[in-house]
Design a protein around this ligand. Structure first.
Ligand SMILES: Cc1cc2nc3c(=O)[nH]c(=O)nc-3n(C[C@H](O)[C@H](O)[C@H](O)COP(=O)(O)OP(=O)(O)OC[C@H]3O[C@@H](n4cnc5c(N)ncnc54)[C@H](O)[C@@H]3O)c2cc1C
Length: 581
């Protein structure tokens, strides 16, 4: 095994860590302003989590429901976020979304169209109107194809298979980052005047999740936290109501909400359409947390299938319609012998989305560290306690544009420290130490233990005892992680997992601590020992780095919406599901 003392050095004006929707859209804005930037990701160009997004992307275009407007989109977002969202973020998102959609269409994104030629829109859960634009059920892939093509047209450099292990700050400003090339194993140091974290979510922390294997491991959150940036709302983890339960390799993978948006119905094994009991007005299109808990309860009370699932049925719709609107679902289930035009799908809740994450000022997308930005799923604030489906793809492009614009306006106007050799040397030494670790515990085994712990103790239902047990188990895992058996080349999956484990432990701890701190149930955070919402807790919980790996918690009052948005909230728009039938 090789150890490395020297590293490759790369210099760029702006380093963008992550090449999903958020990183790419940021880099496009930078390139439009002639700013030199480098985008990198752990995988090949175009291969980021965003390609798995399926059902759609929101904007109040009013193609089918002309009474829709951005203020109602904002009101729906706040309502489903249980009013702990950052109101500035919500307002910016909803105001700017229509322009970003039109821009994507201009750049070639082949949105589904109405007969009149306008961008078509479908229903998604808990939205008052049809405002989810889509490309069949492959919207994320279409978004990525469009952004990658645009980035290539603008000659934006991309570096693939590059794992960032640390951010470097000097004198309270971003100075760059250190990582390693996953192909050669070589350490790489990046000197940059501004750094953008766009490295995605963390739901791979859970035993059952809709994430791709070995991704969504919470790198962004841990990198920022360890650099000194607070994380907020970490207790809010979205469990999607409809994950697959088989085959084994696909457990937790998503059955898109578009199935319910197109009329899919949920049944238990007694043939009862049980959402009548949980949400008679909004039925299957109620918010994800409501439907997910309903599914979970049916299963826990013994009305699920032998695979611990409920049944999702779209077979009452025309076969051609199902093929046209849900081609990926048809294909994926057909591969395992299920014809969704004729029979139901077995589904159960799965960890799906991180509402919590890096605290930023959304007007600039900057963190509290000068020159350090964050965009996309890795941030917290847009979604509050629960995310509306279709709001995260639009978040990536709206705030990518915001970050790129602010960097372009400020780059060169503020001092930018050089990356110090000492900081790089320390990080490279840490990489070496991990690669040669010869303890007793395999990284993959500890990751599986961590995933089980998070599912059991910080899952869809939580209570104080369980969370405390979870924290104790996490401390034991940390001790075992200090006795790791790696002894592997840096190009190996084993080494990648050893790196993942470190960030996963940090991010997991912030979730457990945040969840323990909130003694109420709100949105996706459901406490069985405090099962009602407490108005006094319309607050945000922040995890603050306290040095030497310790964490402090503080609590801040949530912001209030602007008058225009508050008026839309007071109008109490709500989808009446039964009008659809
Ligand atoms: C199955 C599924 C379906 C979804 N459907 C929808 C939908 O229909 N509508 C919607 O709005 N949202 C949907 N979402 C959510 C949405 O896809 C994501 O929130 C969004 O795509 C996140 O984009 P991002 O750019 O922030 O991160 P990602 O697309 O996750 O990109 C993260 C990037 O960071 C890189 N990276 C990570 N760690 C490191 C590191 N340490 N070093 C270097 N690079 C790193 C990765 O390689 C990648 O390039 C869905 C999510 C899933 C999982």
């Amino acid at each position: 095994m090789t150890t490395h003392v020297a590293s490759e050095s790369v210099s760029t004006d702006v380093l963008v860590i992550g090449a999903g929707g958020a990183g790419l859209r940021t880099s496009i804005e930078l390139a439009k302003h002639d700013i030199d930037c480098l985008v990198l990701g752990k995988r090949a160009h175009g291969d980021a989590h965003t390609i798995w997004a399926a059902g759609g992307i929101n904007a109040s275009l009013g193609s089918l429901d002309p009474e829709d407007r951005w203020e109602i989109h904002a009101a729906d977002t706040l309502d489903e976020g249980h009013f702990v969202n950052d109101p500035t973020a919500v307002e910016m998102l909803c105001r700017r979304a229509p322009d970003r959609i039109r821009e994507l269409a201009e750049w070639g994104m082949a949105f589904d169209r109405t007969d009149a030629g306008t961008i078509n829109q479908r229903y998604f859960g808990a939205q008052s109107f049809r405002r989810t634009c889509f490309v069949g059920d492959r919207t994320g892939q279409a978004l990525m194809d469009t952004l990658v093509q645009k980035a290539m047209d603008l000659d934006i450099p991309y570096r693939e298979n590059l794992y960032i292990t640390d951010l470097v700050t000097e004198g309270g400003r971003a100075a760059g980052a250190v990582g390693f090339d996953m192909d050669s194993g070589r350490p790489v140091a990046f000197d940059a005047d501004a750094v953008v974290i766009a490295a995605g979510g963390h739901t791979s922390l859970y035993r059952r999740s809709s994430s791709r294997p070995d991704e969504n491991t919470g790198d962004a959150q841990a990198l920022a936290f360890e650099a000194g940036v607070p994380l907020r709302d970490m207790e809010f983890v979205q469990f999607h109501p409809t994950g697959k339960v088989k085959p084994e390799a696909e457990v937790g993978h998503l059955v898109t909400e578009a199935v319910r948006g197109e009329g899919g119905r949920l049944y238990n094994t007694e043939g009862e359409r049980f959402m009548e009991r949980y949400s008679p007005a909004q039925m299957e299109l109620d918010a994800r947390d409501v439907v997910a808990r309903a599914n979970e309860q049916e299963i826990r009370e013994g009305r699920g299938t032998e695979n611990d699932a409920v049944l999702l049925d779209i077979s009452h719709r025309d076969d051609d319609y199902v093929h046209e609107r849900l081609p990926r679902m048809v294909e994926e289930f057909a591969e395992h012998g299920v014809d969704i035009t004729a029979e139901p799908m077995e589904v159960a809740p799965t960890a799906h989305y991180a509402m919590g994450g890096i605290e930023v000022n959304f007007e600039t997308a900057e963190t509290q560290i000068d020159g350090l930005y964050a965009v996309g799923e890795c941030t917290a604030g847009v979604h509050g306690a629960n995310r509306l489906g279709g709001n995260s793809l639009i978040e990536t492009v709206v705030f990518g544009e915001v970050a790129g614009t602010h960097i372009a306006e400020t780059l060169g106007t503020r001092p930018s420290p050089a990356l110090s050799e000492a900081a790089v040397r320390d990080q490279v030494a840490a990489q070496d130490a991990l690669a040669t670790a010869d303890g007793r515990h395999a990284p993959g085994d500890l990751i599986e233990r961590l995933r089980g712990l998070m599912w059991d103790h910080a899952g869809i239902l939580r209570d104080e005892d369980g969370l405390l047990q979870g924290l104790r188990a996490l401390q034991q895992l940390r001790a075992d992680a200090d006795d790791l058996a790696v002894q592997a080349d840096r190009t190996s999956r084993r080494y990648e997992r050893a790196q993942n484990l470190g960030v996963m432990l940090t991010t997991a701890e912030t979730i457990l601590r945040g969840a323990l701190e909130r003694p109420e149930s709100r949105g996706a955070h459901a406490r069985t020992d405090h099962d009602t919402k407490d108005p006094a807790w319309r607050q945000n919980i922040r995890c603050l780095p306290a040095g030497d790996g310790n964490m402090d918690i503080d609590v801040a009052a949530a912001g209030t919406p602007s008058r225009r948005v508050q008026e839309a909230v007071d109008e109490e728009h709500e989808l009446d599901y039964h009008h659809l039938e």
